[in-house]
Ligand binder design. Structure first.
Ligand code: TRP
Length: 450
């Protein structure tokens, strides 16, 4: 069967789309609060190491799998398995990735909704002159209103699915061109403010003192998981984008640019936030509400803060939007390439299913707060931990094993197209470092190693 497949116009659009997928709530919302919850610098150190030694090589792996397969993750793995003459069961890996993406989207959309509601708060001047206590209660009030959360979650899902229904190429990548650089620019303004008014010294110390004694197993697990989350790895999103990539583009170089931009952005947001946290005597371990409680204080006091805050939350919403799209695209690509169901119809059906799961996430912040699913985690926490710390690293581990031990080496070489030394580095990381690191963390997690 011949499928019409769209392709990126050039390397730049691929890069922007993949960066658009990587840069999102993971950098701006999740990384900052995870740093605080996991004890600061120890987490940062393991996170950076995970990006360098696991994230970057595995991103290359995922792109190469996608580009070689030229298909959605499920059919793609099936095709690659056939090419390598191994069991067709490898396609289950593609299926697992799709499911993971949908699970992530269910809570991603709820948080995306928080951001949307903050655009309006910012624009209406709610933050002007706001102090820490007010800012905290403003956010608590939002969490306590299921209908408001539900409304914004619905809007976010609608926006996401609207773009997905129209297809990848006509989507957002052109806008990414302006909006990602704009996000960086506004972040620099924020950072400038934090430097002059906040406590940058303490923030720096908190994030970069690299105190090895503070490294706990939980921090290691969360940091590794977050490297996957932040780079959009382990579920096939990058694979799908790679499948639209032309043959003549260097996978290694593109990956390094994306990973650096993504990591830098997250760490810069972290610095800006913690500088405010310490200057205002707020708790670094406030959890998921951290940026929503601290940023308004900065915006509320800087010149033109109302405008800057509005722009900031708009750009974050945009970044979240382009990430959300990549969470569903693999599944939609699979449906469209395998069934007669149209893109529009499949998007509506899946969108509804994910939205519904999202409703339970909304409720887990208020009415169902006390419902614990497993290990004392509520619905939101369960979905988050299950995907970030188990499903994504597991997906990445299996992809690494597949590319490293099952694919023909010359097929891999053909895709990566690296000189000998580069290829050797990739191979050591992909075949040994990443699998060992991920397995070690899992063994520990399941209590098999103490
Ligand atoms: N990386 C995005 C972020 O940091 C989230 C995301 C988009 C993602 N697509 C993904 C995470 C695929 C894991 C897998 O916000």
């Amino acid at each position: 069967m011949i499928h019409h497949r769209s392709a990126w116009r050039n390397r730049w659009t691929f890069m922007l789309a993949t960066a658009g997928s990587a840069i999102g709530l993971g950098n701006i919302w999740k990384l900052p609060y995870m740093i605080g919850v996991n004890g600061g610098s120890a987490f940062v150190l393991v996170f950076i190491a995970s990006i360098l030694f696991v994230g970057i090589p595995l991103m290359m792996t995922e792109i190469l799998l996608g580009r070689r397969a030229q298909r959605n993750p499920l059919n793609g793995m099936e095709f690659l398995a056939a090419e390598a003459r191994v069991s067709p069961k490898w396609k289950l890996l593609g299926g697992m990735g799709m499911l993971t993406g949908l699970l992530i989207l269910s809570f991603y959309s709820v948080i995306g909704g928080w951001v949307l509601s903050f655009i309006f708060d910012a624009a209406s001047g709610t933050f002007t002159g706001i102090e820490a206590a007010q800012s905290t209660s403003n956010f608590k009030n939002l969490l306590a209103s299921p209908f408001t959360l539900l409304f914004w979650h619905t809007v976010f899902m609608y926006l996401t699915m609207g773009v997905v229904a129209r297809g990848v190429n006509s989507g957002l990548e052109r806008a990414n061109n302006i909006l990602i650089p704009a996000l960086f620019a506004i972040l620099l303004i924020l950072l400038g403010y934090s430097m002059s008014e906040g406590d940058m010294r303490s923030a720096f110390h908190f994030m970069f003192s690299f105190d090895f004694s503070k490294i706990t197993p939980v921090a290691v697990l969360s940091a590794l998981g977050h490297a996957f989350f932040s780079l959009s790895l382990g579920m096939g999103a990058v694979m799908v984008y790679g499948s639209y990539l032309q043959r003549n583009v260097s996978i290694a170089r593109t990956t390094i640019y994306i990973a650096l931009a993504d990591t830098m952005l997250g760490l810069l947001v972290g610095l800006a936030i913690y500088s405010l946290v310490f200057a205002n005597n707020l708790a670094p371990d406030a959890g998921p509400g951290l940026i929503f409680q601290t940023l308004p204080i900065a915006f509320g006091h800087m010149p033109a803060g109302r405008l800057i805050a509005t722009l900031f939350f708009m750009l974050v919403a945009f970044a979240a939007w382009s990430s959300a799209i990549s969470l569903v695209e693999p599944t939609i690509a699979w449906v469209v390439e395998n069934t007669k169901i149209s893109r529009k119809t499949s998007t509506s059906i899946l969108g509804f299913a994910v939205w519904l799961l999202g409703v339970s996430v909304v409720l887990s912040f208020n009415e169902w707060q006390h419902i614990k699913v497993i290990f004392g985690l509520n619905i939101f926490e369960t979905l988050d931990k299950l995907t970030s710390t188990i499903l994504l690293p597991l997906g990445g581990l299996l992809m690494a094993i597949f590319a490293g031990y099952f694919m023909k080496k010359y097929h891999v070489q053909e895709e990566l197209n690296l000189e000998d030394r580069g290829f050797k580095y990739w191979r050591i990381a992909n075949n040994y470092i990443a699998p060992v690191a991920i397995s070690a963390v899992f063994l520990y997690l399941f209590g098999l190693v103490k």
